[in-house]
Design a protein around this ligand. Structure first.
Ligand SMILES: [Mg+2]
Length: 371
């Protein structure tokens, strides 16, 4: 398929809440929306790094720059027969997975539209719905958190993820476990701890969490340190920030660094890498689940399509639009189709596109390539 057009929009979307994690407070999502055109079809994809380079070295402006200067010019006007052919043209670029993903993801949605099938069918998945979890950042008080948890359980979410950082850690889990002795919870540390905190994680074992996500830094020692920690605790370690590619997952499996893998489609370089990682993990008995980057409904819908692949066995971080946004730029917005689940696409590609007025209003920068 010849790629006739690529448009990249850096969009700043106001959040309905202050999203607080160990990285800081977030009031906006800065995301990249990508429109790709070919063979008379067009499709929208999304890659959503964080605005500040704390979650990963990549961040919005750098990602926008990399796609504009180094990637899109090598794809526009090219006949791209497969996702691999697209990635091969970008293979000289080191890292920059969010940028790579921006084009890989848009290509997959475009390919699904060209074939006239929902994205999940193009990806090899099945199912008309996927289970999704609830996710709570650090709150102003434990009482507020407990009320929010009760609300999520009442809505039928099958599991809840809790952000966990120094000062909002064991006491928080103790309070949650006392109030909800049997519900499925896991904690996400966003790399906030070191091996000196091993005792803290040993103490967590008694609360029977589904996993502890990214307890330690995603630095050069990450996989070794997580392997050491996993040997000391019973709770399964899940890696998020450290899993930036298929090869990183291969190394983690070899070293025993984790027992669960969080796949964020953009962090690992796109849908092609996400498929490969979930298949590799399946071979090794390692469950996967979909992580989120506060994407709009466009990225959220694509995540739901990806979640239909067989090894995504733990409910994903795919949220109804109203969870983070008063007005989601992606329409139709994501809604729960039943308790703790969202529907997958019934149309070629995905049904979501940006609202044209909001796109105009919230675009910070836009670049357009035409063949
Ligand atoms: Mg995480």
């Amino acid at each position: 398929m010849r790629i006739e057009g690529i448009d990249i929009y850096w969009v700043k979307i106001p959040l309905a809440i202050n999203f607080r994690t160990s990285y800081g407070d977030q009031h906006y999502t800065d995301t990249l929306l990508v429109r790709m055109e070919g063979e008379g079809h067009y499709a929208w994809g999304e890659s959503c790094p964080v605005y500040f380079p704390a979650y990963s070295a990549e961040h919005t402006i750098a990602t926008f720059h990399t796609v504009r200067e180094h990637m899109a010019p090598r794809i526009i006007g090219q006949d791209i027969a497969s996702a691999q052919a697209l990635l091969d043209r970008l293979s000289f670029i080191k890292g920059n997975q969010f940028a790579r993903a921006a084009l890989d993801i848009a290509w997959w949605v475009l390919e699904a539209k060209r074939r006239g099938v929902p994205l999940h069918v193009a990806l090899g998945g099945t199912g008309d719905r996927v289970p999704v979890g609830a996710d709570f950042g650090v709150q102003d008080s434990l009482d507020i958190l407990l009320q929010m948890i009760q609300g999520a359980i009442d809505q039928g979410f099958p599991r809840i993820k809790l952000k966990f950082r120094p000062g909002w850690d064991l006491n928080m889990v103790e309070a949650v476990r006392s109030a909800f002795p049997n519900f499925t919870f896991h904690v996400d540390c966003n790399a906030a701890y070191t091996l000196d905190d091993a005792d803290l994680f040993r103490k967590l074992d008694r609360y029977h969490l589904a996993m502890v996500e990214q307890p330690l830094a995603d630095d050069g020692m990450s996989l070794i340190n997580h392997a050491d920690l996993q040997k000391m605790i019973e709770t399964r370690v899940c890696l998020d920030e450290s899993m930036q590619s298929l090869s990183a997952v291969q190394a983690a499996i070899r070293l025993g660094s984790c027992k669960v893998v969080n796949i964020k489609m953009a962090r690992v370089g796109g849908l092609t890498a996400s498929r490969d990682i979930q298949a590799l993990c399946a071979k090794h008995g390692i469950p996967c689940w979909i992580g989120g980057m506060l994407e709009s409904a466009i990225g959220g819908a694509i995540c739901a399509e990806l979640a239909t692949l067989p090894n995504f066995t733990y409910p994903g971080d795919i949220f109804p639009s109203s969870y983070f946004y008063k007005n989601d730029i992606g329409k139709p917005e994501i809604v729960l189709s039943g308790p703790g689940e969202v529907s997958t696409s019934q149309v070629p590609g995905i049904p979501q596109e940006p609202d044209p007025d909001l796109l105009k209003q919230w675009t910070v920068e836009h670049v357009s390539f035409k063949a």
